[in-house]
Design a protein around this ligand. Sequence first.
Ligand SMILES: Cc1cc2nc3c(=O)[nH]c(=O)nc-3n(C[C@H](O)[C@H](O)[C@H](O)COP(=O)(O)O)c2cc1C
Length: 181
Amino acid sequence: MTSFSGVAFSGSLRADSANLGLVRLAVELAPPELHLEVSTLPAALPFYNPDLETALPAVAVEWRTVVAAADVIVIGVPEYNWGPSALARNAVDWATRPFGQSALQGKVVALMTAGGKGGGTRAQDPFGTIIGMLGNTVVSEPAVTIPMGATRINAQGSDDAEVRELVAARMANVVAALHAR
Ligand SMILES: Cc1cc2nc3c(=O)[nH]c(=O)nc-3n(C[C@H](O)[C@H](O)[C@H](O)COP(=O)(O)O)c2cc1C
């Protein structure tokens, strides 16, 4: 069986983050041929600053290495004020630098959101477009945009059958996209 690997991270620092729960569900429910690991490196990255590129912080080097080795990137991206959280965006920015040496290309990427009343499409749609423009395949079906997600998901995951089915179906589509590459 072909095997693939990937990295998953949450764009929220909140201890009981529902988006971390979605990421953990992705790890749990991915088909056996896809091995995902949760990374906490994005939470340790400094805010991106080009001046730091003269002597890259160790955490940024490590993050680039993890992204470069991954076939798949899964992001639990919160919607903050109609956009992706700064933490998620910062992790993407670091992975694309230094200029001309982006680690974030040729990946299959899945974005999932536990949002507030809006569910999160307004964060996910533009963020997915950006990640696609960076040279990646974004798998967006079925939509995993969970309104009031924190009422159904905690940081450990969720027993909610509908949420679990959506995440499992998305991960199956991610594997299909990997085979289609
Ligand atoms: C600063 C801030 C802005 C938010 N803006 C939105 C928003 O525009 N749309 C939305 O659906 N939810 C919004 N929310 C609600 C969060 O999406 C919701 O609390 C979510 O559960 C946060 O993710 P987490 O559980 O992973 O921390 C906002 C929350 C915060 C803290």
